[in-house]
Design a protein around this ligand. Structure first.
Ligand SMILES: Nc1nc2c(c(=O)[nH]1)N[C@H]1C(S)=C(S)[C@@H](COP(=O)(O)O)O[C@H]1N2
Ligand SMILES: [Mo]
Length: 368
């Protein structure tokens, strides 16, 4: 079991999961923290839903794969002498970094899906930094192991016996039994959580922390109105929408309802992995921008009634602001927005993370 062939097979699956997880993670990160030159596609509307579903699913699948891989290679941790050459030193150092960073990364990611942040450092920045450490050490590891990987494939092609590490006696598991156990574990953790974003498997969603269609108006709630401290300000008859731009305006809720209303079927796709489609209707954000004379290509800052909190204010690039499906939503699934979903008005835009779909909007500010 503890031989290079098994290590290569498990390593291949683990590396595939980690690369998908890394790329989808980068996409999610840059959507939330774009460089000034970045612009993102707004179609398909489910792009971010699939991105984040894949991110969380591959992250979860990587946990049993990493365990299996560590189990296959652990005798090597105790090999003697501990350092044979500079190359060997580099290899061991890169593996130590890779293992430590991966364990921390997957653990942090899993706790994040549970909305539990028991650490003093900021989640997203740390998760982003560790991702580069993992990918860098993985590349070094693969480069060092390339001769072994090539040998594995050459022997497989020629039908020759696998490279066996004779230093470690084979006992216990059969190889088939081991792969079956790993495969079943990965399938089980995936199938019982992926329903949080992949609706056809929603019934099998046993372990994901959220049931996306459970909540007011058939949609889960992340931050509640009580947590956000907006219960009275959002219900106040004095609520007005302020739009700051070249010709600023203040609109009442009934004035907003009198403007042309549009419908859009768009998902809420939380960074934590759960997502759910819903029918929204309200005013087009681009109509509101026109109303204040915003120049074409303007972005926008969205300010909520929330007194503080990481998502109390967000920014939206011009590609989303100009999109015909980007709404200041007033209604959800045929009813006036529930206060938990952002009454009196919230942002909903295609192909964007849930964290940017700001609820309880108070002010829109045109950005040049
Ligand atoms: N003002 C405000 N809007 C917010 C948030 C918040 O904390 N404050 N949370 C966001 C997050 S993380 C998600 S996933 C969505 C969830 O929307 P829902 O509660 O209507 O399903 O709202 C977003 N809008
Ligand atoms: Mo979210």
């Amino acid at each position: 079991m503890h031989n290079p062939r098994v290590a290569v097979s498990i390593g291949r699956l683990l590396a595939t999961c980690l690369v998908v997880c890394f790329l989808t993670g980068l996409y999610s990160h840059y959507l939330q923290e774009p460089a000034s030159w970045m612009s993102f596609p707004t179609r398909p509307v489910w792009l971010y839903r699939v991105n984040q579903g894949a991110h969380v699913a591959t992250g979860i699948a990587a946990i049993p794969l990493l365990m299996a891989k560590l189990w296959v290679v652990y005798p090597r941790l105790f090999e003697w002498p501990p350092l044979r050459s500079a190359m060997h030193g580099l290899e061991r150092a890169s593996i130590a970094v890779f293992v430590a960073a991966s364990l921390l990364q997957l653990f942090m990611g899993l706790l994040n899906t549970l909305q539990w942040y028991p650490w003093p450092f900021p989640f997203r920045e740390t998760h982003f930094f560790l991702a580069w450490v993992i990918i860098g050490s993985l590349l070094i590891h693969i480069a060092v192991k390339l001769p072994l990987i090539r040998e594995h494939w050459r022997r497989a092609r020629d039908g020759a016996p696998a490279v066996i590490d004779t230093a470690v006696p084979a006992r216990g598991w059969s190889r088939r039994g081991f792969f079956t156990a790993v495969g079943l574990t990965v399938a089980t953790v995936t199938v019982t959580t992926v329903g949080q974003s992949f609706s056809p498997l929603q019934k099998l969603n046993l372990f994901a922390p959220r049931t996306p269609n459970k909540g007011p108006q058939g949609l889960a709630v992340n931050r509640t109105a009580t947590q956000a401290g907006v219960l009275s300000s959002a219900r106040s008859p004095d609520w007005r929408l302020q739009i700051k731009g070249p010709r600023p305006v203040t609109l009442t809720l009934s004035e907003l309802h009198q403007m042309p209303q549009f419908q859009a079927r768009l998902p809420i796709s939380c960074v934590e992995g759960w997502s759910q489609n819903a029918d929204w209707s309200g005013v087009r954000v681009r109509d509101l921008l026109d109303r204040v004379g915003a120049p074409a290509g303007s972005g926008l800052r969205v300010i909520s009634l929330e007194p503080s909190g990481p998502f109390a204010q967000t920014e939206m690039g011009p590609e989303f602001a100009a999109d015909e499906l980007t709404l200041l939503a007033l209604r959800l699934n045929g009813e006036v927005l529930d206060i938990e979903h952002g009454y009196p008005a919230r942002i909903i835009a295609p192909a964007r993370p849930g964290v940017l779909q700001t609820k309880w909007v108070r002010t829109l500010e045109v950005l040049a």
